[in-house]
Design a protein around this ligand. Structure first.
Ligand code: NZQ
Ligand code: ZN
Length: 387
């Protein structure tokens, strides 16, 4: 196991009716800016519950943060907050609104010329507004981690950034807020969480028993409750387990002391920037093919995954790995996603264009050991286009 420091400062208020906790958790001295997306929180009354919880606070609202939040939209919120003197952000929505809030939190006190430099040039963050969230879509894990992924529409790029000042102060996880999610978003959320675990688990062994068993527990939970919560949207216990599993998949716990991959995400972010595919959809179309192309490097973990997660008892190791990957792809399909770029109807030009973009950005050594070069990305994309 590698050396690590673990600290996650986000308080979680979990369960039905917990939105009211916002009232006590944000000191009344703050001028709160409530951030939300395209309006789902208005339709399902989550925003009304937030307004009621804040009825003793001074607060403003900013709506319209889109999926794959854009720098352009977020800068309008930055201007509003600066003008009105907001000093606390409350994100109400899914990963996009929460990620957007993280950018806004860092951008408001940013002293450089353009806050986009925080994302693209890793300009140092020395201050950030406190932010908290009310989660309505289990998927990204953004509610209790320090990462954000922001798109720049004019430049046509999507990039992650992170900073320790960007952990939310608290996150409300009320499973009943997810009852109105379209089936597509449930499928997206389950697959995104599944791939978050895969990126931290399907690498090379690190003698990390706790992390491995925990990761396998999360994968098995998602396999069990994924279809259940898709087919029974009002099943509270299924939604509760989904919400907690998606949170634990990327709250930085299972990733301590072990190698990380994240190449599926890096390729996925390019696919979203180039063609607008949903985040989880890009992952479903890449992961199975990445695992096939890189099966030798990941062999030990793939065999462990086959045995412990899928209970595959096949003695022929190659067949066991094939079966585990096939079952993974079938699970993504059962959740309503496409497991290849071919099934998504992507254009063949992607095979040349995407690796060239990664090369241009210097993203030439992805994966747990830097072995995913643009040439390997090309192999993965070719496999997915033939899949
Ligand atoms: O915008 P509104 O109207 O709110 O509708 C949203 C949006 O259209 C809707 N929705 C959310 N909660 C709902 C609801 N509809 C009905 N009822 C509800 N309760 O769902 C749609 C998608 O929302 P979005 O926030 O975009 O989805 P998600 O949570 O999957 O977030 C995706 C973003 O997170 C980033 C992705 O790249 C993508 O930009 N990620 C962030 C990560 C992080 N911060 O650690 C890690 C992830 O790997 C991921 O990259
Ligand atoms: Zn993701």
């Amino acid at each position: 196991m590698h050396l690590f420091t673990y600290h996650n400062p986000t308080t979680i208020f979990f369960g039905k009716g917990q939105i009211i906790a916002v009232r006590r958790a944000i000191p009344e001295k703050h001028k709160v800016l409530v951030l939300y997306g395209g309006g789902s929180v208005k339709k399902n009354s989550v925003l009304d519950q937030v307004r009621a919880a804040l009825n003793k606070h001074t607060f403003l609202e900013f709506g319209g943060i889109e999926p794959n939040p854009s720098y352009e939209t977020l800068m309008s919120a930055v201007e509003l907050a600066r003008r009105e003197g907001s000093d606390y952000l409350l994100a109400v929505g899914g990963g996009s609104v929460i990620d957007g809030a993280k950018f806004i939190a860092a951008a408001i006190p940013f002293e450089g010329k353009d806050p986009w430099d925080i994302v693209e040039k890793h300009a140092p963050i020395t201050k950030a507004l406190p932010l908290s969230c009310v989660l309505t879509l289990p998927a990204a894990g953004s509610e209790s981690n320090n990462n954000a992924v922001i798109s720049h529409k004019a430049k046509g790029i999507k990039r992650p950034f992170s900073h320790s000042l960007l952990y939310p102060v608290f996150a409300v996880l009320d499973p009943t807020t997810t009852y109105t999610l379209p089936l597509k978003q449930i499928g997206n959320g389950v697959v995104d969480a599944f791939v978050h675990v895969a990126e931290q688990y399907l690498t090379t062994p690190a003698h990390a028993l706790v992390q491995d068993y925990y990761a396998e527990g999360l994968l098995k939970t998602l396999l069990e409750i994924g279809p259940q919560t898709l087919h029974h949207p009002l099943d509270y216990e299924a939604r509760a387990n989904f919400m907690w599993a998606a949170n634990q998949a990327l709250n930085n716990l299972i990733g301590v002391g072990v190698p990380h991959d994240w190449s599926t995400h890096a390729i996925g972010h390019e696919l979203t920037a180039m063609y607008g595919f949903d985040h989880a959809q890009t992952l479903a179309a890449i992961l199975p093919h990445s695992l096939r192309v890189r099966r030798q490097a990941k062999r030990a973990k793939l065999l462990q995954y086959a045995k412990r997660v899928w209970q595959i008892t096949e003695s022929d190791e190659e067949k066991a790995i094939d079966t585990a990957i096939d079952k993974t792809a079938a699970f993504f399909e059962a959740m309503g996603l496409k497991s290849s770029l071919a099934k998504l109807g992507a254009e063949r030009e992607v095979i040349e264009k995407l690796p060239a973009r990664l090369q241009e950005y210097g993203l030439t050594a992805l994966g747990e050991h830097g072995e995913v070069t643009p040439a390997v990305v090309k192999q993965i994309l070719t496999a997915s286009m033939n899949g």
